[in-house]
Design a protein around this ligand. Sequence first.
Ligand code: THU
Length: 161
Amino acid sequence: MKTISLESRILVYENRDEVPSDIQMLLAEAEQAATRAYARYSHFQVGAAILMNNGQVVTGSNQENAVYPCGLCAERNAAFAASARFPEVPFSRIAITAINPVETLKVPVSPCGSCRQVLFEYEQKFGQPIEVILSGQEGPIYHLRSVADLLPYTFSADFLP
Ligand code: THU
């Protein structure tokens, strides 16, 4: 018997002024996107901004519905829009942030499992890691080298016949 350890590495920027300016710009796009959320039920507004290899930025925000499961997260709205608009262009980076109107979010938002799975699909499709930048309204910013770091031992097309 043996144990396998899976490691994820996160680069932490403790101060916002340490964050490289190109990442700050993408985060600013995600912050803007969060203000466009339709979060009538949770009131938790999430924004995502994807930088494509061609330099285009595609954003998304969470869109909710009275039939709760019909709503969709910001990350998937951004990823599906990006792929629909530029089907052959890899994703270079995604920045994700959120606004909690009740209590300022002081830790980086963490994407849900379904969004991790969806982002991983595009990482695998293009064979190019997608950097992930996570932010709250205040506090540290996390920078991961790839979606695989958020979703180790992932189910993927490799398992399928
Ligand atoms: N949400 C996102 O958009 N992204 C995340 O990473 C976490 C959760 C949304 C879904 C729902 O509209 C609201 O936040 C509360 O779960």
